[in-house]
Design a protein around this ligand. Sequence first.
Ligand SMILES: [Zn+2]
Length: 116
Amino acid sequence: MAAEKQPKALKKRFYRKRVPLFSLINKIKLWPSRTGQLHGVRSLVITGDTARVTTHCNKEFTISNSLNSRAARWLRNKWFSRVCPKCGVPDWKLEKYSTTLFKRHQGSMLLKDKEQ
Ligand SMILES: [Zn+2]
């Protein structure tokens, strides 16, 4: 793939494609619901293989830490139809999200025991 030219102000972030879903959500604080709305995440409570996501608009979702789940795919591909109006996700956050790249052999795995 050819490298895209980007303005210098937009720093690209790289995450591993197989970054754990919970770590990713904890980092970017965004959650794509089944209806295609992108919510802001207020809290993430992890209990074993599942986690409880609470959004800023007070919706709750139970999610599993699956790399192949719909949400994991949507987050990596940055698919969403609209941003939740109640969550009020700031533009800078969306911009940051849109410049985040997921690569197979490059970037952080967001593992706590490793330096980032
Ligand atoms: Zn919302």
